[in-house]
Ligand binder design. Structure first.
Ligand SMILES: NC(=O)c1ccc[n+]([C@@H]2O[C@H](COP(=O)([O-])OP(=O)(O)OC[C@H]3O[C@@H](n4cnc5c(N)ncnc54)[C@H](OP(=O)(O)O)[C@@H]3O)[C@@H](O)[C@H]2O)c1
Length: 274
């Protein structure tokens, strides 16, 4: 069985769709609420109660490990990894983030701790380390403006459908050697270029507004993101804008046989979301 956690998220839905449309009937989605629309078998499970996921696992299963971040994320994911090892799972494909390492800010630090635990779990593992998601850009656009603290340099974004396609390939071919895969989109752009591309796609001008970190933190707080999270998020934007997320890899094409989607393809398919 291919067990997909986070199945209702942007990667998970695309992964389930990819697996079922290729004729697989051995897909089990792990969801927090009934999800008939997924089009595959599902079972209720919640990372906040790891046993609810552990009891769904059987020897030989392939596990896609993914959820969103919350304060209990690290302990919950470590517990599910331990339960997967006890169950005799054949492979874990986990979603992490580019540059993950214990001690890094926000998701980078949390994923770094989970990744370290998975690498020494004894389970066969693959860790996906994607850059920022194109699917999240819409959250940063308000009233014709794209806000950020990235500065003028280029940053790479990936379409989550490409992460799903990589996961589908890894979960359906014979289990390979343990590996980290840094996943990127095909091009890196400045946020001014990204705003311009969004504007062209939606037919209304969008301007990039670059804010110093404290002002960006205040902007995020006004949108309901509490401190210190808002401050860390703004600081993270400035860090990723220093060029560290500008390089591209060929990993998506290497693993799926087709190049990752450019921003223009994402925007053409999702312009109504903006
Ligand atoms: N956002 C980025 O730019 C970015 C970049 C690199 C890496 N990442 C990483 O990618 C992963 C997915 O990120 P996302 O926020 O974009 O995901 P998302 O699309 O919002 O999906 C999250 C999924 O996890 C499920 N989930 C959340 N909490 C859960 C829990 N306690 N138990 C069971 N399922 C739970 C959600 O289910 P419900 O439908 O029930 O909520 C949903 O299916 C995260 O680990 C994130 O750190 C994100």
């Amino acid at each position: 069985m291919i067990v997909v956690t986070g199945a209702t998220g942007s990667i998970g839905r695309a992964l389930v769709e990819r697996l079922t449309s290729s004729g697989r009937h051995d897909v089990l989605a792990v969801v927090r609420r009934p999800a008939e629309d997924l089009g595959c078998d599902y079972a209720l499970g919640d990372f906040t109660d790891p046993e609810t996921i552990g009891r769904l696992l059987s020897p030989g299963d392939r596990l896609f490990l993914n959820s969103s971040l919350w304060p209990g994320f690290v302990d919950a994911h470590r517990a599910v990894i331990d339960l997967a090892a006890q169950a005799g799972v054949a492979q874990v494909v986990a979603v992490s983030v580019r540059g993950a390492s214990p001690g890094e800010k926000l998701g980078g630090g949390m994923h770094g701790e989970v990744d370290a635990h998975l690498r020494k779990s004894g389970l066969p593992w693959t860790i996906l380390q994607p850059t920022g998601f194109m699917q999240n850009l819409r959250r940063d656009v308000r009233d014709g403006r794209l806000y950020g603290s990235y500065g003028p340099k280029q940053v790479n974004y990936i379409d989550t459908r490409d992460i799903a396609e990589v996961a589908a390939a890894l979960l359906t071919r014979p289990v390979g050697p343990d590996r980290d895969h840094v996943l990127t989109g095909p091009e890196s752009l400045s946020h001014e270029q990204i705003a311009e591309a969004i504007g062209e796609a939606i037919g209304r001008p969008v301007r990039y507004v670059d804010l110093p970190v404290p002002e960006m933190a205040a902007h995020l707080e006004r949108q309901g993101i509490p401190q210190p999270h808002a401050g860390d998020l703004a600081a993270l934007m400035a860090e990723t804008g220093d060029g560290r997320w500008a390089t591209t890899t060929t990993t998506v094409e290497d693993l799926t046989g087709r190049p990752p989607r450019p921003l223009s393809a994402y925007l053409a398919d999702h312009k109504d979301a903006f």
